[in-house]
Design a protein around this ligand. Structure first.
Ligand code: 5GP
Ligand code: ZN
Length: 112
């Protein structure tokens, strides 16, 4: 499959991995929009957020544990952060493999 994130997960494309759990990797975004810009990516190729519902609910528990772990290790746990999913073209989704953007390290503007 011609998916950049699947290639990163398989190790075919290099990336800066900041954390990993059974079902996710967390990497630095190649084109950061804030001092901290991490992508949290499920290892399974999923395209839409709702597809996560077919998995055991523990996969969401694991996601939020990883978010907290990375926010602490990147020193944005206390200063604050934003977690974003882009889905579809109006949201500007570039990579059709579900991922969360974890942004922080500066005052973030209003959404939209
Ligand atoms: P989207 O717009 O799909 O929500 O976000 C895709 C993100 O993936 C963008 O912020 C973009 O900078 C990032 N990205 C695209 N290709 C690569 C890559 O090869 N490596 C890394 N680390 N990030 C990438
Ligand atoms: Zn993929």
């Amino acid at each position: 499959m011609n998916c950049i994130f699947c290639k990163i997960i398989n190790g075919d494309i290099p990336s800066k991995i900041v954390a990993e759990s059974s079902n996710y990797i967390a990497i630095k975004d190649i084109n950061p929009v804030s001092p901290v810009h991490i992508l949290i990516i499920p290892k399974e190729h999923i395209e839409k957020p709702g597809e996560l519902a077919k998995f055991d609910g523990k996969i969401l528990q694991e996601l939020f544990e990883l978010v907290e772990e990375v926010a602490r290790s990147e020193n944005i746990f206390d200063s604050g952060y934003r977690l974003i999913v882009n889905s579809g073209k109006d949201a500007g989704q570039e990579v059709a493999h579900l991922h969360w953007h974890l942004l922080g390290g500066r005052k973030l503007g209003k959404l939209g």
